[in-house]
Each structure stands twice: as structure tokens, then as C-alpha cells.
Design a protein around this ligand. Sequence first.
Ligand code: F6P
Length: 329
Amino acid sequence: MIKRIGILTSGGDAPGMNAAIRAAVLTAAAHNIDVIGFRHGFNGLLEDDSQTLLPQHVQHIIQQGGTIIKSARCKALHTDAGARQAADTLHRLQLDALLIIGGDGSFRGALAIAPYYRGQIIGVPGTIDNDVDGTDFTIGFATAIDTALDAIDKIRDTADAFERIFLVELMGRHSGYIALSAGIAAGAEQIICPEFGALQANALKTLITPIQRAQLLRGKSSYIMVVAENSYPGGTTALAEALSSALGIECRACILGHIQRGGSPVGADRILATKLGAFAVEQLVAGAHLMMAGEINQQALLYPLAQTGERKKQIDPFLVRWQQQIASD
Ligand code: F6P
């Protein structure tokens, strides 16, 4: 019988985390379950920094970006002492379960606590990167795409005016999900993702040839290359400089950065977050343990927490093939 659950948001924050907290708190209240929110991710467990979360605390937060209980990364959790300490806090506060909203790194943190904790553990996928296996989409991804699109559309205006080449760097750590999706939706001429293989300095030719061909066919015009972070050894600014000198044309770099993590969640993220936050609590009541609440083909389902980061989630092979084809035509 679950009477009290702990909840925390961990790793890179994502728009929609508040919506997931809200849904979990409201669902818990409907089951007469108390909710304790830990502040600053797993650090809240180690430092015993928590607050009671009642339905009135989660009113009108569905539209807010960020997370009302804050987020952080926590290295100490990955030590034996840290994991034991986290479990001690959970036992002392008599929590029957822990709900973690975060990415696969946060789920690894949860798995580190598991051997020392007598309660249940469940994860809800929240990261803009959409790199968690076992769910079609993670909370925050849809908003990040729209934010990136808004920026790229604006860059297109100035790129058009000057008939310039722009390299726009998008986030995603080691995944090209954001770059591919936003690049496709923005009509980018080229997209560079880690999935296409590491880009070495001597691979510049493969990038230059399509630009020269496009200029030959269309004349001078704007050209946007969306680059996933970590694609080029020296970074996107260095890549723009290398292209500038190789082409003899000025190329500009724009690093979008953390703007992609902020903002009011779009409808799709609010709905996904609400569904998964509520489903996670219902599944805890039903006895779920060491699972992630995900959604595949619009169906909420459980997926083993340990497998969420095991395989690299594949970016859409159809869009990859199509993009590479039009970039080289
Ligand atoms: O995982 C989310 C993410 O925004 C990645 O896309 C990015 O690589 C990373 O976090 C940035 O982390 P930080 O905010 O610690 O710089």
C-alpha cells in the first residue's frame, strides 16, 4: 500500500516537467497519497532538502517552463556512499516510492539507489534530447523543436537578406534528434548529426560540395546548415571559420544553446507530461518498480528503467535518407 511518494526532477530541465509534477501530485491526491518534492534533483535527497507538495502548490504551473522543485546533476549519487545516503533519506521520510522525472542519466542515478532502497522506483522521461529508449517522445522535445524553429526562421530572414551561409548549432548532447527534426521543419539545406559519423577537419569537402552545387544551380542565396552539438571537434564556430576559409565566403555561426530548454511547453508536451505523470503514479499504486512510464503509439506503457539508455535511440531513418539525398542533389 503506497501512502507517501517522493518526486524529483533531475538533469537538464525540460518544458513540461512542471506539467508532469502537477499531474503526479493531483493523481496522488486522488489516491490519498502524500507527495514530498525533493529540491535540486538527487541533491535534495542527499541534503534532505524537501517540501510537501499539495494540489494547491501545483496550481497554474502547467504553462510554466523550468521546474518548481529545481533540477541539477548529482555526481555524489554515483558513489556507494551517496546512493546509501539517498536511500536513508527515503527511509527516514517513510517514502514508499520515488518518482524521477529526467533522462537516462537520471534513471542511472535511480538504479544506483535501488539496491539500498526498500521502496518502489519509477521514471518519467523528461529531456529535450528525446534520446530515451522506450518512449516515442520525451517531455520537452516538442517545445525545444518549436523554439529552435522560431530561431532558425528568424536566422533565415537575415541569411536571405545577405545571401549568407549560416551554421546553427542545436542541442542534443550525443543525439541528433533535435537537429534532424528542427532542421527538416526549417527546410535547412544541410543537417549534421553525430549519427552521420564524426566530422573530421578533412571531411570539409563533403560539406562544401553541396554548397557549391547549390550556388551553381540557384545562384547566390541563403544557405542554412543545422549542426548538432558535439558534431565537429572544435565546435560549430570553428567549423564556420574552416568553411569560410575553404569557400572564400563568410559563414556565420549561431549557437542556440540553453534557449532551447526554456519557455512555456507546447500543447503536445503538456498533454504527454500530464499523461505520463498520472500514469506513473497509477502504476506505482499497481506495484510497478524499476520501470519507466513511456508512451508508444499513443499508448502509455511501462519499460524497464535499466534499458532506457542501453541502446542508442534511432533518429528517423527515412528523414535521414531523404535529407542526405536532397543535400547532395
Ligand atoms: O540533456 C539536455 C541538455 O540540454 C543537452 O542537450 C545538452 O548537451 C546538455 O543538457 C547541456 O547541459 P548543461 O545545462 O549542464 O550545460
